[in-house]
Ligand binder design. Sequence first.
Ligand code: GTP
Ligand code: SPV
Ligand code: MN
Length: 591
Amino acid sequence: MSTPLERWVEEQADLMKPDNIYWCDGSEEEAYRLIEKGITHEKINNDQVFFELNHKNWPNSYLHRSHPTDVARTEHLTYVCHPDKETAGPNNNWMDSKEAKEKLSKLSKGCMKGRTMYVLPYMMGHPDSPYSKACIQLTDVSYVAISMRIMTRMGKHIIDKIGSSEDFVKGIHSVGDFNPDRRFIMHFPDEHLVWSIGSGYGGNALLGKKCFSLRIASWLGLKEGWLAEHMIIVGIESPEGDITYIAVAMPSACGKTNLAMLESSLPGYRMWTLGDDIAWINIGEDGRLYAINPERGFFGVAPGTSMKTNPNMIRTLKAGGFFPTLFTNTALDTDTNEPWWEGMDGVQPNSLLDWQGKRFDSSGGEKAAHPNSRFTVSITQCPTLSKEFDNPKGVPISAIIFGGRRAKLTPLVYESFSWQHGVFNAARMGSETTAAAAHAVGQLRRDPMAMLPFCGYNMADYFRHWLNVGKRCANPPKIFFVNWFKTDDSGNFIWPGFRENIRVLKWVIERLNTNNMRAKETPIGFTPDFQDLEVSGLNISKEDLMKLLSVDPSEWTSELSEVKKFFEQFGRRLPMEIWNEFESLKKRLKI
Ligand code: GTP
Ligand code: SPV
Ligand code: MN
């Protein structure tokens, strides 16, 4: 007798009509066999799926070029299909489930003809963790199968784990014909189902990532009393050898991966990496928050990654190992057959193919690598991997930091007065948009908790959930805010960033541990006293420091009216506590 899983796979095959069905076992041998097939047989966008790179300098590495119209998440084509529009909220596109399924079924009819349907069994979270989830994704490209193998814990034992249960997370993915008019990323939260067609890129196609581990998991978290967040998890070791675990949320392409494996510029400090993108956070028996990373790989932004900015990522990429490493939409140095991107160490090579495989000519001011070009690499290769990475319980979180990209207004760092005040500050967060999603870049938008594109339900209810989690914690973490991206009058970043960010984290840890360390009270929260932010060895003037740390009430009038407009969308559903905090802030700013 067939199992619910087998029946579900058969049903989808009946609809999509692949030539073959292949159940992945997650083995190393299989990965290289699929890569070989992607080089010699399988076509995507009339080209081969993988190109082998120089293995001497980049062990086990392959290049993939996506369809030119398919280079980032497409938020306008992403829908959350709750029974009613209000549950999805003004922060999501909504479609009635029946209508959405009819649309998708129509688009999916025969869409895998001539292709193989890969069945990917994988776990989000460590198999021994009470918080992990067993998942199955179907896909019709080897690139997605290999990427999922790097990003998740994939293997045929997951099929045994699911057994005859109906309780598994379902993902249906086909690249369709890549036509953006026929591209949809649809979520059915109550069915634990994601259905994506028309895109082969990142968060649109690796369905365990943003689609399940944030949009659907955030909904599960609301129902079950936990949080699914767009956060890194790190342990910061002090010169005394104590390790403080923190979680940091930042919008896409705002510095999470860099921070997650930072090489400290301050002697004695070390960063231990647990995750660079997603955290699942539960309340432990001791009333503290515990975080696990459901993923097992990095899907990171390539441009700007170098030995100077992020040496531990370069080491990770060059480590080689059990898993292949993929580069997507980077440029290619044709002399050496190595990947290349803007901001890489050394001089620009003479002979480059751009991200679309065309000969690169820099005279037009174009970039050779796509600004959202990425690498996919196993976290097991990271030299700063925490020994707690596989701890099924997760690590206890002492502080939560939120960060954004803002040229003006937001200081380098500040601390909230309380959990409720921190939730309010996170809910009103603004950040300038980046190339991680297909939209205009550099425009300020509200991005509460860095979750605007990823919260799978009405954010008013999400804010209430955050307030409740704090109430249920015996001793909730302190909530801080950072901004590495403040600029001077000529538009240059004032703060050196990257490895120097440890100086800010040092202050955060000191505020946690030294109750009586003074700080400056401003209308928005506590900022460091000048003498408490370690800046020795930095070439930064007192005047610039003032600019970085100051809060100028005169800049806040239009900010507050933007925030008000944003909150008003949620109507009466917005928790009163948020409005109370808004009024208090207004009063403190004397606006
Ligand atoms: P997603 O993977 O999209 O979620 O992005 P992320 O938040 O992990 O961002 P990532 O660390 O990949 O950084 C994105 C871009 O910001 C890269 O081009 C980095 O070089 C740049 N960046 C990261 N940290 C800093 C910093 O401290 N200062 C400055 N100026 N730029 C930074
Ligand atoms: C992001 O955009 O936040 C990413 C990349 O981490 S993607 O997987 O495309 O979502
Ligand atoms: Mn991300």
